[in-house]
Design a protein around this ligand. Structure first.
Ligand code: FCB
Length: 517
């Protein structure tokens, strides 16, 4: 892997970075990246679960100009925007089934129509062009191109993505394809879903078919979006499709998702794919320091456990070819290890060029004697998941850009061979149309803070190559339905009118200037 990039930028810049890393001064508040003396103090939990100061940087400096070739764009996902759920031969996905199950999605919303992007893609690409986007990350709907998840391909489905890619290229926008953003064909769920090993092989077949059709024009191929969410919200907590509540199934699903990633990455590489990527939802897992200089050891152990389940369970197999011991112990307790076969980790550990990071919020946990396990994190008995502190978004997620800097710096140190891209970052707020405008100062501030944080990480040596806002459009926010608006473009779901919010116009200027002034 390292042969691809013999000189890691961090190696050159690390000395300078180290100079910025200091012990806490004691006069600023500690914990969770609070501002100390006009500078931002970035606190993180290290690999051993210790909290400490990672870096000090000017998050709110006057100017944050990015490298010349920095990629600016936005992201979406098929089920969240396309609609046309029963058109042109598309088969049902687990999200069609789940959203039709009473009580599963707020407001009984479904993706049947969504943003009608299937029919309005040309208008949407024109909008992207007006906003100056250089890159667009979208996902391909597996059941649209292979209705049963195996066998016969639906040519009309592939034609849609063909048209979309051509439209993007004509507009000068680079397509970033994600092959799996959670919409498993229902037929495969009926055959056992991701806990069934066979699904990984079916995924690789499907990936090859899509690449065969688009590979001449698409350079960057992402296998999976957020396998943690697919496995643990889908099969353990049951709050996402398919809605199962079995920790054993979730751990098996996680492994088979990783296996599917490896199989597909290997196949696409031999088919000539130029750039391969995996997108993970990652976050620093912090402890409440409560004014102390170091984390309480019991809190640190809790943080390490959650860090293992959320971050290292995916990072280590994909980028190092091994499961961390502490994660494996939890897997074994819930699911045994029989599903992890000899050779699997070699398959999973394919060289990839890009790690996509979806970052929204840090997690904060502490030792909580007697706490039951969090259903999304089997194995976390005696861990307290702290409520979000400080300002939050409409999702109730805490707003903390220092988590992004800390995460990017950590990834660059611990997994130095892979390039980084922020493939999702953004926020839901209660937007209101006012005349022809949608003033969204909170989102604008969120984005600006995170861009400055990303810039801080680059200055500290992180090999960050791009930033994609989540999301281009308001859309179907999974179990939240349409009530959570993440778009920089407002959607009036009655009329399907698109209206760029103030943040979109601001983002256009950011792209023009290649940074934040
Ligand atoms: C991520 C998902 C994306 C969207 C955002 C808010 O976990 O990848 O589809 O729902 O969260």
């Amino acid at each position: 892997m390292s042969a691809r990039r013999p000189i890691w930028p961090c190696e050159r810049r690390w000395a300078a970075t180290r100079a910025r890393i200091a012990r806490p001064s004691g006069n600023g508040p500690l914990g969770n990246g609070l501002i100390a003396n006009g500078r931002s103090t970035i606190i993180d939990t290290d690999i051993r679960g210790r909290s400490g100061l990672v870096a000090q940087a000017d998050l709110d400096g006057p100017e944050a100009i990015f490298p010349d070739d920095f990629v600016w764009g936005a992201a979406t996902a098929a089920y969240q925007i396309e609609g046309a759920a029963a058109e042109d031969g598309r088969g049902p996905s687990i999200w069609d089934t789940f959203s039709r199950t009473p009580g599963k999605v707020a407001g009984g919303d479904t993706g049947d129509v969504a943003c009608d992007h299937y029919h309005r893609y040309a208008e949407d690409v024109a909008l992207m062009r007006e906003l100056g986007l250089r890159a667009y990350r979208f996902s391909v709907s597996w059941p649209r191109v292979q209705p049963d998840g195996r066998g016969v391909l639906n040519v009309a489905g592939l034609d849609f993505y063909d048209r979309l890619v051509d439209e993007l290229l004509t507009a000068g926008i680079t397509p970033y394809v994600t092959l799996y953003h959670w919409d498993l064909p229902q037929a495969l769920e009926d055959a056992g879903g991701w806990p069934n090993r066979d699904t990984a092989y079916r995924f690789a077949d499907y990936a090859r078919a899509v690449h065969e059709r688009l590979g001449d024009r698409v350079r960057t191929w992402t296998t999976l979006n957020e396998p943690w969410v697919a496995a643990f919200l889908g099969y353990a907590a049951g709050i996402h499709a398919p809605g199962r509540t079995s920790p054993a199934d979730a751990f098996r699903a996680a492994h088979h998702l990783l296996l599917g990633h490896g199989l597909a990455a290997a196949d696409l590489r031999s088919a000539g794919a130029k750039e391969l990527a995996l997108v993970l939802n990652l976050a620093p897992v912090r402890t409440p320091l409560n004014g102390a200089r170091a984390a309480d050891p019991a809190d640190a152990a809790a943080a390490r456990l959650v860090d293992g389940l959320m971050n290292r369970q995916f990072l280590d197999p994909a980028l190092r070819g091994s499961y961390p011991d502490d994660v494996l112990a939890v897997v074994e307790r819930h699911a045994g290890l029989g599903h992890i076969r000899v050779g699997d980790l070699d398959v999973i550990n394919q060289p990839i060029e890009l790690l996509g990071i979806n970052y929204y919020s840090p997690s904060v946990v502490s030792y909580g004697p007697g706490e039951p396990a969090n259903p999304s994190f089997p194995g976390t008995e005696n861990v307290r998941f702290e409520p979000a502190a400080g300002p939050t978004t409409a999702m109730g997620w805490s707003i903390d850009p220092t988590g992004l800097s800390a995460l990017l710096i950590r990834l660059s140190r611990e997994y130095p061979d892979v390039g980084l891209m922020v493939t999702e970052n953004g926020a839901a707020f209660d937007d209101r149309v006012q005349g022809d405008r949608v003033p969204d100062p909170d989102r604008l501030a969120y984005l600006e803070g995170h861009l400055r944080a990303a810039h801080t990480a680059i200055r500290a040596g992180a090999d960050l190559r791009g930033y994609l806002v989540w999301s281009l459009l308001d859309n179907f926010e999974w179990a939240e339905g349409y009530r959570a608006r993440f778009g920089i473009v407002y959607i009036d779901y009655e009329t399907q009118r698109r209206l760029p919010k103030d943040s979109a116009l601001w983002y256009r200027d950011v792209i023009r200037r290649n940074g934040v002034l």
